[in-house]
Design a protein around this ligand. Structure first.
Ligand code: ADP
Length: 555
């Protein structure tokens, strides 16, 4: 801008200067022409006096370099000419200045000389004898005048050139300075040019609007960030190039990308092929979902394209933790498969025996064996079904059972007594020690816990082994401890024996009538009573299982 203003000022200054010079030259030209004419008139008068006194002799001594002098007779014949030979010259009677002088005594004219082809001033005066003296002088042309004044003109022009350059540069800077110093952050505080006021007012108005919109946007962004950062679900916002715009802490955690920042491509964070498939569909503006397994957890991932006027602006990825749902689904599937499997074996045995008996293929002496096998398998099935019913009852919370103030020691004593025949049959010594511990419990379930633990302790024991039950209060809990000297449980199985249908040694367990559900029932019943279970076991040495019931607070 400074350059443009400078150039404009400079060009205008120089143009005005040149125009002034030309105007001045025009005026000078007129002025010099007038001077030339009056000089010619004076010189003509002098020449007339000279010729009047000296006659033709006047011309002999005449030295005239600037002007031309011609003596013309009253009939127009040229008697003398200071430049040309008079005898060769044509009659001058028809020349304007001669005709005028013959009429008025003096005459003047200016024209191009036909002889010399230059513009001349002519001045003629009649002498008393009737002859005429004419003086002519070449008129200065503008060019001659210009050439004559060339030197001073050039000097003046250079001076004007330099001066206008300095002045234009100074003025341009001065004009632009207030614009450069405008405070655009506070437009109304500027007091430069009045002409800028409407612009500055508009600027101020727009700035206030922008600030307000910025504030609103910031507030909305904060609200959005507060919402998504407190969500347990993972949310990732992507732009159309699959780069992360926003990612909440839950998503960072589940994708194990704590240091990821906005702008990072999502595929450099997670290269799961199922997710890539979903992103591909979202790119084609399709909503899609899938179940992803990440770090032993299951997530329902939905990819939603964000569209505006049919154009893809970005993609929202939502990760919902469905681990529990998936696990319970898996458990349900496993449970159904296990139940079918567990029921299939005894049913096959029963139907096989029954078929042999029906076809008369069993000898009479083998009949008791086959009948007892059918009875045993039927018993196993009944036990299994009872256990399943008990488990599903516990799954539903056993809300129909009564909670009572119960003496754990008394309950355990009764259970131990009922198991004595079984212990004797297995040649295992079953002993109980302890004191009364009152707990708030469902007596039937507590009995079941005691029975299942003791039953296992007897079942998985050696003949001649021991099962020792202790019931005692300790640290605000009523401890039920069942210790045996049995086969023990290897470390790798200890975590899993509370799962449904889990057995360390399947065939051995089945042989001794186990269903694989006993400890599951113990676990569920203990959870219902808020009683933690601890297990210590060494293969070949024995197992200790402790259940810590909360003691009932005295009323
Ligand atoms: P089961 O009906 O087969 O006994 P449980 O759920 O009661 O089923 O027990 C699960 C498995 O845990 C058993 O099959 C057995 O292998 C193991 N187990 C349970 N209690 C003991 C114990 N006291 N000593 C050794 N192993 C045991």
């Amino acid at each position: 801008m400074t350059k443009r203003i400078f150039r404009s000022i400079w060009v205008v200054t120089l143009s005005v200067f040149l125009a002034a010079v030309l105007l001045f030259l025009g005026i000078l030209y007129d002025y010099f022409s007038d001077i030339q004419r009056s000089q010619l008139r004076a010189e003509t008068a002098l020449a007339v006096q000279g010729v009047t006194h000296a006659g033709a002799a006047y011309f002999e001594s005449l030295e005239c370099s600037d002007c031309r002098i011609t003596w013309i007779g009253p009939d127009g014949t040229v008697l003398y000419d200071s430049i040309s030979n008079s005898s060769n010259m044509e009659n001058h009677l028809q020349r304007d200045e001669i005709r005028q002088a013959l009429e008025d005594g003096t005459g003047e004219s200016a024209r191009y000389s036909t002889t010399l082809a230059e513009r001349f001033f002519y001045c003629a005066q009649q002498l008393p004898d009737g002859t005429l003296i004419r003086l002519s002088v070449e008129q200065n042309s503008i060019l001659t005048l210009l050439l004559g004044m060339m030197q001073p003109l050039c000097l003046i022009f250079i001076l004007a050139f330099v001066l206008s350059f300095i002045l234009a540069s100074h003025s341009a800077k001065k004009i632009v300075q207030p614009l450069n110093e405008l405070n655009l952050d506070e437009p109304l505080e500027n007091d430069g040019y009045d002409e800028l006021s409407p612009l500055l007012r508009r600027l101020d108005h727009q700035q206030r609007e922008i600030r307000q919109q910025q504030h609103q946007l910031l507030q909305k962004q904060r609200e959005f960030e507060a919402v998504i950062s407190n969500m347990t679900e993972g949310i990732v916002l992507l732009n159309q190039n699959m780069n992360i715009l926003s990612i909440n802490p839950s998503a960072k955690h589940l994708l194990e990308a704590d240091s990821v920042s906005s702008g990072t491509p999502i595929l450099s964070v997670c290269r799961n092929p199922r997710m890539q498939e979903l992103l591909h569909l979202a790119e084609q503006k399709q909503h899609s979902e899938c179940i992803l397994e990440l770090n032993h957890k299951y997530y329902q991932l939905s990819a939603n394209p964000i569209l505006s006027d049919g154009e893809l602006l970005g993609i929202v990825l939502l990760f919902l933790d469905v681990t529990e749902k998936e696990k319970s689904e898996q458990m349900r599937r496993e449970f159904t498969a296990n139940v079918s499997h567990e029921l299939k074996t005894p049913l096959h045995t029963i139907s096989g025996c029954a078929e042999l008996m029906t076809n008369g293929l069993v000898k009479p002496e083998d009949m008791p064996h086959f009948s007892s096998q059918i009875y045993g398998e039927a018993q196993r099935m009944t036990q299994l079904i009872e256990d399943i019913i008990e488990l599903s009852h516990l799954d539903e919370g056993a809300g129909d059972l009564m909670w009572e103030s119960t003496d754990l020691y008394e309950l355990t004593k009764q259970a131990a007594e009922s198991l004595q025949p079984q212990a004797k049959a297995a040649q295992v010594a079953l002993t109980l020690e302890g004191s009364s511990c009152i707990i708030h419990a469902i007596p039937r379930l507590v009995s079941e816990i005691v029975c299942n633990l003791c039953d296992n302790a007897i079942k998985y024991n050696h003949s001649g082994g021991n099962v020792h039950i202790t019931v005692k209060p300790e640290n605000g809990s009523a401890l039920l401890c069942v210790a045996d000297t049995g086969i023990g449980i290897p470390d790798e199985h200890q975590e899993r024996i509370f799962e449904r249908f889990y057995r360390v040694d399947k065939s051995h367990s089945k042989e001794i009538g186990g269903t694989g559900l006993g400890l599951s029932i113990v676990k569920h019943a203990a959870v219902l009573h808020n009683a933690p279970i601890t297990l210590t076991s060494k293969p070949g040495e024995g197992t200790v299982i402790t259940v810590a019931f909360p003691l009932q607070k005295p009323i």
